[in-house]
Ligand binder design. Sequence first.
Ligand code: BGC
Length: 850
Amino acid sequence: MKITQMRVNHVEKPLGFQITPASFSWKVQENGTAKKQKYAQIRVYKGTELIFDSGAQESADSLDYCAELALSPRTRYRWTVEVTGDNGETALGESWFETGKMDEAWSGKWITPDLDSSIQPALRKTFTLEKKTDNARLYLCALGVYECYINGKKVGKEYLAPGYHSYDFHLQAQTYDVAEYLKEGTNELVIWIGDGWFRGRLGFDGGYTNLYGNKAYAIGELYVDEVLTVCTDETWQCKSSPAVFSNIYDGEIYDARLEDALTSGEDWKGVTAEAPDRCGSLCDRYSLPIVKKETFTPTEILHTPKDEIVLNFGQNLTGWVEFDCCIPEGFQIRLTASEIMQDGCFYHENLRTAKTEYTYISSGKAAHARPHFTFYGFQYMKVEYLNEAGEILSNSGETESWRPDLRTFAAYHLRSDFDQIGTIVTGVEKVNQLFSNALWGQKDNFLDVPTDCPQRDERLGWTGDAQVFSETACYNMFVPAFYRKYLWDMRAEQSILGGSVPNVVPRLKEGMVAEHGSCPWGDAGVVIPWNTYLHYGSKTLLRECYPGMKAWVDCQRKKDEAVEGPHLVKDGFHFADWLALDNDQPGPFGATDPLYIASAYYYRCAKSVAEAAAVLGYEEDAGEYAGLARDILKAIQDKYFDEEGLCTSKTQTGSALAIAFGLNPEKAEKGAEGKALRTRVEANANHLNTGFVGTTILCPALTGSGSNDTAVTLLLNEDFPSWLYCVNLGATTIWERWNSVLPDGHISPEGMNSLNHYSYGSIAAWMYGSLGGLRPLKPGFRKAVIEPHADRRLGSFSCELDTSAGLYKSAWRYQEDGSVMYEIEVPFNAEAELILNGETRILEAGRYVF
Ligand code: BGC
């Protein structure tokens, strides 16, 4: 037995993260004969002092062992877990976590540069160390986004720190181990600050600036050998950083000619001690760092009919492009990002007002160029060369000194630092591409906040998109820590909205995006924490999220009870089945009654709150919300179901909701709603016409009501509207609309066409949960149900899921004789209920072939 993946609050070796409450988790890799964990014992040490010992406990849960610890700030703790298997074998694992500043007061002061507020500053401090150290920590936060350099070297591997969070309520400080950057003698610490989300342009329709603050700020403390050695104060200096312009949408202008000025002692200005006045207080980070996860080199270098040079990276990705160059001083290289070419030429009008450029102005020296304070959603990059007067130089003719070697250009994919845990491979290549597109939809849109899209003038934490995709997200990647941070922001926003959940989190405070309480956007407040619990099994995290879950339902209830009548959602604006195709009226709204959808979600949320309360031992709440859920259900059945017990919203989404949420009254004939749904799909030439709500549940509802064949037909359709229609047109991510690109390759004239919107990627959850049949029966997959649904048209299917409880596999393959071979794997200390051909059997840890 071997212990792996030892985590605290879902992060391995967390440095400076928010630790309380501390949830410990680990995995056991088993090659021997043990099937289950008999005992586990967790110990925590501060130095050599044992500060916590759980004792050998049968109940110690490897998914979530919550320990009450009295922790000190800025302290490294060692922890061990010793697991005894049911065969008597033992294994010991050891790891650490380290606290940040916790509640400790800051000696560093917030400072802001004495420069015109439009300037993106570099703040600096020099100091002397008597000797080299191997113990140094830097505690730091700067607003908008920052990079810190010590003696010319960038500190740490993360970018765009401190990330995007609800600045009004809290500011996340980062902790860095900086010993390796320090030296004996004079040292220099420099912080570059870009506008970022904090004060840069944000929001569509032109957007807003200075939403959270209007100046650049920094606060920091450097401890060397545990002694406070440097902190931010009035003795710091500043000047413009070489990143002379940046924001999230428009990109960055980097003037390398300013680099030298940064290393000279001249012309530094002072700073003022002043705290950001519209922000919450500092705390240890929740956010996973944003890091480089993958690299792409151009698959093609295109020279277009319009004399443009365009690099194709072969994958629509989030991140940026870096390159080497040595061009004359003042000459410029300008990159512009795009998702798609049109008629063989560069095109990026679907990014609306976002300029998505990167301009590098050369100092004349050889350099490696990259953006610092922006990111792009792109597959293509146009490369332009400009002279010192800013005139574009022709791409035709001889190789000139201003043209760098395009082969050094590489695209880096940036996202929050979590890893993939799910994979699916089928016998149909296009379906595999679709799965890859859904994965990329998540990779590209999980950059600190789950965003709608990563490219145009939006990139916001739209709660509806996040909600409908959350189940798929939990299958694909290990995201409890990522969601923990998003839900922490969400609860903060809810606290001033009477429990209501905003359309976007963090909330933009102006315009339509500032609104809240729309279904199924607001339902993210319950659906995401509940899915997170089901998939990763952390009661500690559920407990942390519970107040937000309850607040959302209470807010709905308050509105509901303000109007006489049974418990239903009775009014309000609801996006509902956004972008569905079933409405005769033009526009983005689907045909399914929004108040039916909203009431269905109200029921689902009340039920989840009741279930969460029961899990957490809040019995009174459990009873109360179960009662509320029953009342809502009854009211829905009375209002939205006919005498035969069938849904009166006669759309695909209407029926799918009834089936997926269990809304039909008892009097409904068994399978009748399923039949109605199937008939409705057939009547639509076996095609879907659903939007954000319906698409997520359509295939699960079909499979769940005995029509898996119809669900597979929808999966395999290749003409509009279908998933493979997009694949056939070269999609490497999921599109916002079913026809964001027309069959002739032109972008749809209808507008609002992101080619990287993950919502319809929610089909992947059905692939795992229905084709593979792998679903959590007990939270965190301690027990799974495996109910595979084979279909000859796919030939074979295999999914592997590295759950919190260990690695599961569910695979099937059609044999030559027409029979189906199933291959199942269940991890150590877990069990599965296998349902094959209507027969159920219990499988303990092991590998099986049927
Ligand atoms: C976004 C969405 C979002 C929707 C709601 C769009 O502009 O990109 O995905 O949920 O607005 O109105």
